[in-house]
Design a protein around this ligand. Structure first.
Ligand SMILES: [Zn+2]
Ligand SMILES: [Zn+2]
Length: 262
């Protein structure tokens, strides 16, 4: 079932839970080899014994009745995420549980082209959301290779909308580049909410944003992006929406503000 929705800037945001499970053996490594630079103190602060991933997508419904889907989950048993993720994803059942048909989705924003975020965009070789345009950063499209390019990007064909940098896609809903995890990674801002894709993978990176993720394309750039994004959210006491945390919404408070009100 979808997680309970929240409203930001008049937009109803419903987290859809596509899948829950550990990373498969093809990618799985011990946590301290997955999150580089995390110490015993960092791990103690988040109380993490293991990493069970949720795979969240987000459904946005704005006051003008536009429907926007952010990410499409892990896809089916034949898709590119099947090598390592707990396929098949339940995205379509989650969309139905939210009261929608696939035809109702107007826009799909793909935060990036990893298989667990884009895998559900195509089913049986055709777009899963037939009336949607699919927003991607140009840097991401220039970078992608292999099964995601062949099995997801090419079948999307003319429905792709390539973006260069920041784009206000609807009133109060903005796509912003957040590169590093992949070259054209993007996030979606809705009022004080940021849907950050894989900018933050694990709660330990909230404790220290300089903790690197082993599968970042450019780990230094990802760390700089993460630190800047978290600062920006904390300064306005905003909310981070994550793909892989157990709880989809994490409220971030400005530490300076908190110290004034112990
Ligand atoms: Zn979930
Ligand atoms: Zn990723």
């Amino acid at each position: 079932m979808p997680h309970p929705p929240k409203v930001f800037a008049g937009v109803e945001v419903t987290p859809l839970c596509d899948a829950v499970g550990p990373m498969g053996p093809a990618l799985r490594r011990p946590l301290d080899e997955t999150f580089l630079g995390a110490t015993a103190e960092h791990w103690a602060a988040v109380n993490a014994a293991d990493w069970v991933l949720h795979f969240h997508c987000y459904l946005l419904r704005d006051p003008a009745d536009r429907t926007i889907l952010v990410d499409t989950g892990i896809g089916g048993t034949e898709g590119p995420a099947a090598a390592w993720a707990p396929v098949p994803g339940r995205l379509m059942a989650e969309v139905a549980a939210a009261g929608l048909r696939p035809e109702d989705v107007d826009v799909v924003v793909l935060t990036h082209l990893h298989s667990d975020h884009a895998g559900g965009a195509v089913v049986d070789g055709v777009p899963a959301f037939p009336n949607a345009r699919h927003l991607l950063q140009r840097d991401e499209l220039d970078w992608v290779r292999g099964p995601v390019l062949e099995q997801v990007v090419r079948p999307l064909g003319d429905s792709l909308q390539v973006v260069d940098g920041l784009l206000e896609m609807a009133s109060g809903i903005t796509v912003v580049p957040t590169p590093g995890h992949t070259p054209g990674h993007q996030s979606v801002e809705v009022g004080s909410l940021v849907l950050g894709g894989d900018v933050v993978l694990h709660p330990v990176q909230l404790v220290d944003p300089s903790i690197r993720y082993a599968y970042d394309e450019d780990a230094d750039r990802a760390a700089a992006t993460r630190a800047a994004l978290l600062t920006r959210i904390r300064e306005r006491s905003g909310t981070l929406g994550t793909a892989h945390f157990a709880e989809p919404f994490t409220e971030l408070r400005d530490p300076a503000h908190r110290s004034e009100h112990p």
